[in-house]
Structures are given as structure tokens and as C-alpha cells.
Design a protein. Structure first.
Length: 301
């Protein structure tokens, strides 16, 4: 097979592992910086041009679209779709997962467990917004934040009011969520491929840090999921229309709750914690499913 990895940086761990895994299986792998592509949008012969040459005869692509480049990145993915090239994560699914509010609304519609969440822009009823999620302590997030940036734990009502007022001053959209104290600064990353969780790890935040992101000093270890956690992760990825996804869960007193569904989950932490060849399993999924024009996103919202 001829497979393109859409990535801005060929030296990133995930990009290198996918390239290595594909080559080990005998495939022709090529890393393409999607920001340097341009597109010929026509009904007769749609094309993508990279470094002055059209990208042709690819059997599949693996999108690794950066959060800050979602608009252009998904446009390139969509152009490959127009050309009939298979992708495990289609442009619509990537866009859905990147919109935190839309993601939560879709998951709620599917009856998937979530932290109690409020959403606001310029409300003056801050007390009401705080009470929506059960009061302090609570977590306040900028809708556009990623990797733990723009996420604040407010331990008191007064602190919550101050943060919300500050975010309002930025003319920002705000998510307010209940704080799952019993999670104790830990979350679970479930790596879903197709309709299975193929690897899972527990990420524990550094001492004094409620965010469990590994690049913020968190530690990871292999973990065994409960049947409910496994089902929740698979259902969440399916609800987004993603066939390769990282689903982040918290263990709450009322069962697993989903924090985020990631369309370009990193491979380094999960592979090192679990010693599972996740990159190879992604390539294996393409081998079984990469039929031209096969993937079609049918989710209506």
C-alpha cells in the first residue's frame, strides 16, 4: 500500500513510529506537511499539490492534524476524501472532536457519562452558572484550550467567580465542569482502533497538579479497564465518527465519565506504558479496511 502521514513534523515520535511500522510491513510510507499542500478543487479531476507535484495513487492517509491547524488540516483531509482516498478519521469527525462543546453535546445525546457541565459566553448570572455544576470546587476551561492550557481548578466560589469574570474579559467561550475529586488527579487514556480498545493507561498528575497531562510532569502506567469503561470508550469514539481515537476517562462515584475524545492521540506515552505496538495496529487497521471511497461519515450532527 501507499500511505501518506499528514504531519507537520517528521521528527515527532508518533509520526516516526507510524512511518516505521508501515515500512516494516512492506508499505510505501510518506510524511506530508499538510500546511504546504495546495488544492485544485474541481469536479472533473480534484487534486492536491505538494512541492510542485500532485499527490496521486495513495491508498490511505493517516491524519495527524495539530489542534491549532484544524481548519486547514481538515480541508486537506476532505480533499483526499473527494479524491476517494481512505482515511480512518474523516474531516467531519476530526472537526467534531476538536469542538469541545459539540463533542460533549454529541456524547450527551448518546447517553454517555459526562461530568456535569455548564457553558457560557457573557452571562451575568455567574452564581447560576456555578450552581449548574453543583458549586465549588469546579473546573473552568476555555473552549479553545488544548493540552491542559486554559484549564483552571477553582476551589472556592469566590475563586470561580474571579476566573469566570477574567475569562469574560477575554471575550471567551467558557466551559464549567464539576470537579471529580475522587479521581485524585488521575485519568485513563483508552486508545480505540475500529471497535476495540487496544491499549489503555492511567495518567497520574504530578503532586499538587490536578491535570494529568504527561508533558506537565504526569506519570503513566498500564491499567486494566472495567467492561463499562471499555464500552464507554468505544461508544465515544463511534459517536464522533472516529476509527482511531484517544478517549480520556475519569473514574467517578457514578461510573466512568468522558473528558475528551482526541482525534490525533499521541503514541509515545501509550506505547511506553503498555509496551503495545499501537502504531503497528493502526497500520493493520488500514490493511483490512483501506478500500477506495469506503469510509463515509453518516453522523447527522
Amino acid at each position: 500500500m501507499k500511505i501518506a502521514i499528514l504531519s507537520q513534523d517528521p521528527t515527532l515520535y508518533s509520526t516516526k513510529r507510524l512511518k516505521e511500522a508501515g515500512e516494516e510491513r512492506g508499505h510505501e510510507m510518506r510524511v506530508i506537511n499538510y500546511l504546504r499542500c495546495y488544492m485544485n478543487i474541481t469536479s472533473s479531476k480534484p487534486a492536491i499539490v505538494y512541492k510542485g507535484k500532485p499527490l496521486e495513487n495513495f491508498d490511505a492517509i493517516i491524519p495527524r492534524i495539530g489542534a491549532s491547524r484544524t481548519f486547514y488540516g481538515t480541508a486537506v483531509v476532505r480533499q483526499f476524501e473527494v479524491m476517494g482516498v481512505f482515511t480512518p478519521n474523516e474531516s467531519q469527525a476530526i472537526s467534531r472532536s476538536r469542538d469541545k462543546l459539540r463533542c460533549l453535546q454529541i456524547l450527551a445525546r448518546q447517553g454517555i457519562g459526562l461530568p456535569v457541565t455548564g457553558f457560557a459566553h457573557a452571562t451575568e448570572d455567574i452564581d447560576g452558572l456555578i450552581e449548574t455544576v453543583g458549586g465549588a470546587p469546579l473546573v473552568i476551561k476555555l473552549l479553545e484550550g488544548t493540552q491542559g492550557i486554559g484549564v483552571v481548578l477553582a476551589e472556592t466560589t469566590q475563586a470561580a467567580k474571579s476566573v469566570i469574570e477574567a475569562f469574560r474579559g477575554l471575550d471567551a467561550n467558557i466551559l464549567v465542569q464539576e470537579f471529580i475529586k475522587e479521581a485524585a488527579g488521575a485519568d485513563i487514556r483508552c486508545f480505540v482502533i475500529g471497535d476495540k480498545v487496544i491499549a489503555s493507561m492511567k495518567r497520574q498528575g504530578a503532586e499538587g497538579e490536578f491535570r494529568s497531562n504527561l508533558h506537565r510532569g504526569g506519570k503513566a502506567e498500564k491499567i486494566k479497564l472495567t467492561p463499562e469503561e471499555r464500552s464507554t470508550a468505544v461508544r465515544s469514539a463511534k459517536a464522533m465518527g472516529l476509527r482511531v481515537a484517544g478517549v480520556d476517562l475519569l473514574r467517578s462515584n457514578h461510573g466512568p465519565v468522558v473528558m475528551e475524545v482526541n482525534s490525533s492521540p499521541g503514541l509515545e506515552g501509550i506505547e511506553r506504558a503498555t509496551e503495545i505496538d499501537v502504531a503497528g495496529k493502526i497500520i493493520g487497521y488500514l490493511e483490512k479496511n483501506a478500500v477506495p471511497g469506503k469510509s463515509r461519515d453518516r453522523i447527522q450532527y
